[in-house]
Design a protein around this ligand. Sequence first.
Ligand code: SAH
Length: 328
Amino acid sequence: MRAIELFSGIGGMHFALKECDLGKNIEVVLSVDINPVANNVYRHFFPLTNHKELNILKIKPEQINTYNADILLMSPPCQPFTRNGLVKDINDERTKPFLHIIKNLIPQLKSLKYILVENVKGFECSITRGELVNSLKQCGFNYREFILSPTHFGICNSRTRYYLLAKKEPMDFVITSNEIVCENTWDTNLYKSIKKVSDVLCESGVNLEKYLLNDNILLKYHKVLDVVSKDSDRSCCFTRSYSTYVHGTGSIFSNLEHEKIQKIIKNDNCDLETLKSLKLRFFTPSEVAKFMCFPISSFPVSDKKAYQLLGNSVNVYVVSRLINLLLS
Ligand code: SAH
């Protein structure tokens, strides 16, 4: 079978395909993204893939039909649907390439049998989602929708996302209800490797000084930090602004005990020296990648760029389970 990966970013979907039993022999025959930085990283990880730096709006159905793809994997830009954004939905310029795929590409792709879409939680309420499922119904696809987080699979990191799986009739899903699935009820095969924060930590020897939070951040923001320690079995979603902003962009690490940290950072009169003694630091890009179940540990770009790209990407394990469900 042959797959096309649109809005490919750093290739989270491609990694997921290679990680899952039913997907590992599937070839990605075309991947497309408009962002040159993401594209360099993608080519670094998948040098043999036919990867194109293109605006998806410019892709014509005739062009894409020549690939005879069976599977379409895509994570369109999520900003138009993000709940704390403007939620401009179909009126957002960034939704245009997605609408082009829904209206002009999917109906013309003759060989297409399977589709996987990823987006933010909130997408399920959008007009774009309505357009997507209407188009799928008209084109003879059965579909199921999911709102899932890696925590549902035993992974200590939250990243609640919307997913849609679709397959061409007469193929259908083992899950019979058409309601959105908000829990992992079909797959008890939990991920064993990332249960606690200690499972992602860098080996000793890596210089972690540069990841320490600076004095200004410590003084200004210590009360709003989400600090986790080695034994924590949770962490928050890492976004593209991780390390640029500290509030709501991802968890911070300290080697000390959880109770001790909380006591100090919630104290109104906490002084700088005490805060510094906590040695609060950002997780490194390779640690964030581990939370997201990427099978790689280094990026050919700056840390800042790596956080941005990872923040846009997917949890590889969750997507791999969904691909298995799609193809089973
Ligand atoms: N799943 C990807 C990330 C998707 S984020 C990963 O694993 O990394 C959305 C991506 O869509 C971004 O990389 C962005 O560069 C790309 N994109 C946005 N508009 C586009 C367009 N018009 N044509 C091609 N790619 C586009």
